[in-house]
Structures are given as structure tokens and as C-alpha cells.
Design a protein around this ligand. Structure first.
Ligand code: ATP
Length: 339
């Protein structure tokens, strides 16, 4: 029969975003973004998972010629696009993205030192094209590794307890640091809905394919997947697929079905909990960077997210987002480019 009406998606959507072509593709170029101190300019959009960093970068592209460099440590690799929340090509509106699904590190997992080198090269190339490089992603240890003047690859992660490395404020770029913040309570509600939306978008099949191909691939392919194995969703659903192997015969047994549903609900619950924990940890790291002297410009997107959650019209959500997040960001970036 007819399927039940589905709840309106809670995702921040890009549908009302003005096309960035005006600035980005009409051949507009910026003055070479070198500061008086001869450092290249870099815009960094920071924030916990789900706070709208990608959307902001695309919105800003309507105002400034820019290219995006990804700094989400799970989005470097090819695969699991839904599970890791890569911005879909359609939503990129022609804006160039770097280190997004096209990194194949020799050791399987990209190290902070390798990221520093790859992203550093991308920044130089983008600057050479007279465009503004914009770093977008939630992996704060990678952001730190990239932008600090001196990076000690033998040191431990600056955010780890008892680390022998310290957070440095001496940066090798002239950075403008924007922090998109959403109150944790509203963000948790949003992230929980986002997991449901990801399931609606095909995450289950994506994870099932990943699980099955783990057995089938040779060692080379297996190495390339080491990073992705840690993505939230993979370990949680592994437990489910171990018991209920993808493609295995459906048993016509209510008890079996009850067990299967229970295991599925448990995987979804764990994913939601771990995503909220990730957001909390990321906010903690951002606060530590701020506390150590990083000059972060905080923009509060809470009201825009609350509007999305209470199913306000898309137009209303966009209005709030533009007034409270986009417009202040445009001002900040304008001033930064004029410096
Ligand atoms: P650390 O300081 O531990 O290196 P980080 O700030 O560099 O952390 P995060 O981006 O916070 O890195 O990621 C920490 C963990 O959260 C990842 O190892 C992964 O398990 C999970 N994670 C992060 N981003 C994603 C994503 N896009 N999709 C799924 N899981 C993710």
C-alpha cells in the first residue's frame, strides 16, 4: 500500500543557497592573498560535526572566489559518502574541493604530517590561482598540524591527555578562524535526526556493502580502508552484520525478526550516542584552542538549527541562518581580505 508520509528531512539544506557562480566561476580573482607579513591567507571554518560548516563555505563562495580544502579525517578517503557526511557533488555548486575522497595514503591512514604537506600544497596552489583557500572540517588536531609554524611530527596529539606537545599560537598562515557553534542540546537533537536521515538516504546499504567487501578485497584494498573502519557507523553496524550477514536468507520466524530489529535499533542508538559524543569532544577541543590564544570568531547558529528542528519553513530557516551566520561571516571575511 501507500507508504506513510515521511517526516520532513531535518537536514540543513542547500536548496535556497544562491549560486556561487557570480563570484567563483565568472573569472573574478582576488589580489594575491598575501599579508603584509608575507604569509598566505587562509580562512578556517571550524565547528563540531553537523553545525553547517560545509553549507557556510558554499554560501561564502557566492561572495568570494574560493576553493575548499577538507579537514575531516574520515572524509579524506574514497567511500562511505553517506556515513561520513561528505557534501554531495550536487550541493558543491561547482566550488572546487580538495582532499575530499581522493586521498590514498601509503600507510592506509593519513597522518597529520602527511595532511600538513598535502593541504599546504593545496593552499599554495589555490593562492596561486588568486582564490581564497578555505579549510572546512571538524578534525581539530589536523587543523592544528596544518597551520602551526612548527609542527613536530614525533610529538603526540596535542589534545591527548598528558601530551608532550603544546598548542601553538604561532601560525604559518595569516588565518581567519570562524567557529560555527550550536548549543549542545539543540545539536544533539539535530544529530540524532541526522542519523535517521542518513538511513533514509541509503546508509544501511552503504555499510552492508562495506562490510561484505571487507572479506573479499585483497590486502592493498584492505589497507586503503583502515581509516574508514573507524568512521562512526562502521563498528556499530559490524556488530549487527556479524549476526545478520547482508544478503543472508530472511527467516520467516517472528522471533528471529524480533532479534534482528533489536540489533538494528541498538546499532542506530549507538551511532547517535557516539555522534553526540564526537560533537562534545570536538567542542572541547575548540574551546581549548580558544583558551590557548587562538583568535576564534564564534558565530551562534543555534536559532537556525532550532528552526530546522521545529519544522519552520525552509525560507524561514534560511532567513535566520543568513542573518545570524552568513551575513556576519561575510563581514568578517571582507575585513580579512582588505587587511
Ligand atoms: P583526535 O584529536 O583524536 O585526532 P580529531 O579532532 O583529529 O581527533 P575528529 O574529527 O574529532 O578528529 O574525529 C575523531 C573520531 O570521530 C574519528 O576517529 C572517527 O571515529 C569519528 N569521526 C570523525 N569524523 C567523522 C565522520 N565524518 N564520519 C564518521 N565518523 C567520524
Amino acid at each position: 500500500g501507500a507508504s506513510a508520509p515521511r517526516a520532513r528531512s531535518a537536514r540543513m539544506d542547500y536548496s535556497t543557497t544562491t549560486t556561487p557562480s557570480a563570484a567563483a566561476t565568472a573569472g573574478v580573482s582576488l589580489r594575491r592573498h598575501r599579508h603584509r607579513n608575507n604569509k598566505d591567507k587562509l580562512l578556517v571554518i571550524m565547528g563540531a560535526t553537523g553545525t553547517g560548516k560545509s553549507r557556510l563555505s558554499i554560501d561564502l563562495a557566492a561572495h568570494f572566489p574560493l576553493e575548499v580544502i577538507n579537514s575531516d579525517k574520515m572524509q579524506f578517503y574514497e567511500g562511505l559518502d553517506i556515513t561520513t557526511n561528505k557534501i554531495p557533488v550536487h550541493d558543491r555548486l561547482g566550488v572546487a574541493h580538495h582532499l575530499l575522497g581522493d586521498v590514498y595514503p601509503a600507510g592506509g591512514e593519513l597522518t597529520p604530517a602527511e595532511f600538513r604537506s598535502l593541504a599546504g600544497k593545496a593552499i599554495a596552489d589555490i593562492t596561486g590561482r588568486r582564490k581564497l583557500p578555505v579549510l572546512v572540517g571538524g578534525s581539530n588536531s589536523f587543523i592544528h598540524a596544518l597551520v602551526v609554524d612548527r609542527f613536530d611530527s614525533s610529538g603526540s596529539n596535542v589534545f591527548e591527555e598528558g601530551s608532550n606537545s603544546v598548542i601553538s599560537t604561532e601560525l604559518r598562515y595569516n588565518c581567519c578562524l570562524i567557529w560555527v557553534d550550536v548549543s549542545i542540546k539543540v545539536l544533539n537533537d539535530y544529530l540524532s535526526k541526522r542519523v535517521d536521515d542518513m538511513l533514509d538516504s541509503g546508509m544501511f546499504d552503504e555499510l552492508a556493502d562495506f562490510y561484505v567487501s571487507e572479506d573479499e578485497f585483497n590486502d592493498d584494498d584492505s589497507a586503503a580502508r583502515t581509516g574508514l573502519r573507524k568512521a562512526i557507523g562502521v563498528p556499530e553496524f559490524d556488530l549487527y552484520f556479524k549476526k545478520f550477514r547482508p544478503g543472508s536468507e530472511e527467516e520467516d520466524d517472528p522471533e528471529w525478526d524480533r532479534m534482528r530489529r533489536g540489533a538494528f535499533e541498538e546499532a542506530v542508538r549507538a551511532m547517535k550516542e557516539n555522534t553526540c559524543q564526537l560533537a562534545k569532544n570536538q567542542i572541547g577541543k575548540i574551546l581549548r584552542l580558544k583558551g590557548s590564544g587562538w583568535d576564534l570568531r564564534r558565530l551562534d547558529a543555534t536559532e537556525a538549527f532550532r528552526a530546522v528542528l521545529t519544522s519552520e519553513s525552509g525560507q524561514r530557516c534560511t532567513e535566520i541562518w543568513e542573518r545570524q551566520v552568513l551575513e556576519p561571516s561575510v563581514k568578517i571575511v571582507k575585513r580579512f581580505l582588505d587587511e
